[in-house]
Design a protein around this ligand. Sequence first.
Ligand SMILES: *[C@@H]1O[C@H](CO)[C@@H](O)[C@H](O)[C@H]1NC(C)=O
Ligand SMILES: *[C@@H]1O[C@H](CO)[C@@H](O)[C@H](O)[C@H]1NC(C)=O
Ligand SMILES: *[C@@H]1O[C@H](CO)[C@@H](O)[C@H](O)[C@H]1NC(C)=O
Ligand SMILES: *[C@@H]1O[C@H](CO)[C@@H](O)[C@H](O)[C@H]1NC(C)=O
Ligand SMILES: *[C@@H]1O[C@H](CO)[C@@H](O)[C@H](O)[C@H]1NC(C)=O
Ligand SMILES: *[C@@H]1O[C@H](CO)[C@@H](O)[C@H](O)[C@H]1NC(C)=O
Length: 436
Amino acid sequence: MANARSGSLATILFLFMSSAALHKVVSQNLVTDNVTVVEGEMAIISCRVKNNDDSVIQLLNPNRQTIYFRDMRPLKDSRFQLVNFSDNELRVSLSNVSLSDEGRYVCQLYTDPPQEAYAEITVLIPPGNPIIEARDEVLSEGNETEMTCTAMSSKPAAIIRWMKGDKELPGKPKVELTYDKMYTVTSRLTFTVSKEDDGVPVICIVDHPAVKDFQAQKYLEVQYKPEVKIVVEFPQGLTREGENLELSCKFRGKPEPQRVNWLKVDDDVPSHAVITGADLYIENLNKSYNGTYRCVASNSIGEAYDDYTLYVYDAPTTTPKSTTATTTTTIITTTISYPEINQDTAPSTEPAAHDSRAGEGAPRTVDHAVIGGVVAVVVFAMLCLLIVLGRYFARHKGTYFTHEAKGADDAADADTAIINAEGGHTNSDEKKEYYI
Ligand SMILES: *[C@@H]1O[C@H](CO)[C@@H](O)[C@H](O)[C@H]1NC(C)=O
Ligand SMILES: *[C@@H]1O[C@H](CO)[C@@H](O)[C@H](O)[C@H]1NC(C)=O
Ligand SMILES: *[C@@H]1O[C@H](CO)[C@@H](O)[C@H](O)[C@H]1NC(C)=O
Ligand SMILES: *[C@@H]1O[C@H](CO)[C@@H](O)[C@H](O)[C@H]1NC(C)=O
Ligand SMILES: *[C@@H]1O[C@H](CO)[C@@H](O)[C@H](O)[C@H]1NC(C)=O
Ligand SMILES: *[C@@H]1O[C@H](CO)[C@@H](O)[C@H](O)[C@H]1NC(C)=O
């Protein structure tokens, strides 16, 4: 065991030393490179020698015929041309390379013994333009479809990748070797079509060393059933008795639905309802119109609908909040008159009644105007009294005026507060105590 080991070590040492010795003697070193070239283009073969001592260099073809001997070309093929010749290099070009030029070329140096180096020429043949074929021209959402992409006659075999939009999809490749030693690659892609695929390109990308950015694409055309949505054009708020209702049916689909149908679920659409195109218009709402209204659209792919549930509320009562607010906005009246107004408006407001159009110019404004006037007079009188008192107690002016100023500020706050809510109630009571 140990013997065998030391024996092999000795052999290695011997080989190492002998090769070192050989280098010392010859010290000439012939090198060349493999060449990869695209068919029809030019290949360069270079035989190089380090430290040449005038030994002859020659280049042989794969059949070992001499192409160049020094700078002379015995071979007739004029596609071979001398690019550079010196003691250290023989460089030859081969133009219009064809597949038959492939093989192992030999660089030879006439030393003793002669040296050889091998340059392998590999010819690349680009595939033909990729061709996409789709099984279905027009697709339907939800259906599976199949596409194939073919890259014909290349060397080596091409690699086919698929993209749908900017997403890569896996294909199933099949490689065929044809009689002329070419590869034809066919990749098969199957996927389930969705509505979002409409108009999206499917791209077949061919990767091959002889080509760049080689691809083909096909835009998907996907049919899908309609999408339907009902939009309330009028009213914006509650649907009240006596008002008009306008519904609009928005839809899209591919193919585009030609028309839509309006119907009422389990009932008839009111006889005086007007349907123009996709719009449903009902004048003078009545509680008996309550129900579900449905817009239906269909195309060759399918049918879809959207529902709107009509719920007719009572006609609005006529007490207008906005009107009272405008008649009583003088700062003076606010403190006392608000609690009264709140009581008035409270019963007439319905749950969730935000109807700003509610009966303008209602009869009750007269009462409020009268009350407001009376209150204004009373408060004005009290103010005058206060001013007189204030002057009378001139020495304590500071405290009195601050009280009054505070009251005025609070009143302004209460005003806005009461329009929104009823928070100012207690505030105004407190103020009442101040003044009396
Ligand atoms: C040249 O190609 C041959 C055959 O493909 C290979 O064996 C050799 O290692 C290559 N030489 C170089 C320097 O790449
Ligand atoms: C030939 O090769 C030599 C040395 O490698 C270089 O100096 C010279 O420029 C080359 N000539 C041509 C024409 O390429
Ligand atoms: C290149 O070679 C092919 C045959 O291999 C030939 O048909 C073609 O004419 C050649 N082209 C040139 C520019 O020499
Ligand atoms: C899509 O699939 C449905 C059932 O899955 C089928 O009836 C229909 O013919 C298919 N459409 C196409 C265009 O293949
Ligand atoms: C609502 O319709 C009923 C009959 O269906 C009718 O008696 C009633 O007066 C209508 N109400 C209004 C406000 O038009
Ligand atoms: C319609 O809805 C209203 C609620 O505002 C209800 O009072 C009325 O009874 C409903 N009428 C029908 C016919 O369902």
